[in-house]
Design a protein around this ligand. Structure first.
Ligand code: PHB
Length: 255
């Protein structure tokens, strides 16, 4: 038993770990669940799952509907955004993403590195824009998406090696799954300052992405998703211009 009244389970897991396991059962495809389903998916005894869910509903971190099912609460979103670096980044980027959007008239995304994946903070879409599987608060693999490739190219060496030595899953037939090919591509991205990833996520689309720096360090990737046959030059130019402006805005808003 740990100190301070943090009752550990028989497996030695802390209360915090169990709460995180409960919250982690929610995904963008599974937004509403019963306490029993949460318990099964989190591998927790039913009584434990019910108690944690009740407490989280009470605290506003989960919300319960009329059918007694729960979803992630708005309070979680409120707390997560409060003072977050992601929010600062998004606010600095948004006006410039809108300009890219107006010029290119396709999808424009902002992504950051999070636990070895690209996490999308924002996405703007044109009504006539082509296919795009990114979602706000959704993730894509680093080695497959254009944003991910930029983030991976500039990631700390240990993270890059971890990704390069793990199995590289094919998202589409054109995803780079050969570590040596990927390694060369990452060096080229660092040298050129952008990536054009044709068909890597979906064969009908090309992702184009550039790095965004804060204090010299790459903190995000700015990207557009184009229909496969669209010329990529204007998108590269618009993204590089926007990244420079976002970087200037981040400089002037440094906390
Ligand atoms: C990309 O970033 O390469 C990308 C993302 C979503 C898509 C297609 C491409 O649907």
């Amino acid at each position: 038993m740990g100190c301070c009244g943090m009752a550990n389970s028989p497996t030695g897991e802390s209360m915090t770990e169990r709460i995180v396991r409960v919250l982690d059962t929610f995904s963008s495809d599974r937004t509403v669940q019963t306490a029993a389903q949460i318990g099964r998916r989190a591998g927790l005894p039913s009584s434990t799952a019910h108690r944690i869910v009740d407490d989280l509903v009470e605290a506003g971190l989960l919300e319960r509907d009329d059918e007694h099912r729960v979803r992630l609460g708005l309070r979680l979103w409120e707390l997560a955004l409060r003072g977050s670096t992601a929010l600062r980044l998004r606010q600095a980027a948004l006006p410039h993403m809108e300009r890219v959007q107006a010029r290119i008239r396709e999808h424009t995304q902002l992504a950051v590195l999070e636990q070895d994946e690209a996490l999308f903070l924002e996405r703007l879409s044109h009504p006539d824009a082509g296919a795009n599987i990114t979602r706000i608060a959704g993730r894509l693999p680093l080695h497959a998406s254009s944003s991910g490739l930029v983030l991976l190219a500039h990631a700390p060496a240990d993270l890059r090696e971890r990704v390069l030595t793990a199995p590289l899953r094919a998202v589409s037939p054109e995803t780079m799954t050969d570590a040596a090919v990927l390694r060369r591509a990452l060096a080229e991205i660092r040298a050129r300052g952008f990536v054009v990833a044709a068909g890597s996520i979906e064969s009908v689309s090309t992702g184009v992405a550039v790095p965004v720096r804060d204090g010299g360090e790459v903190v995000a990737a700015l990207s557009v998703v184009l229909p496969r046959e669209t010329p990529t030059g204007p998108a590269v130019e618009a993204l590089l211009d926007a990244a420079r402006r976002i970087e200037a805005s981040l400089r002037s808003s440094r906390p």
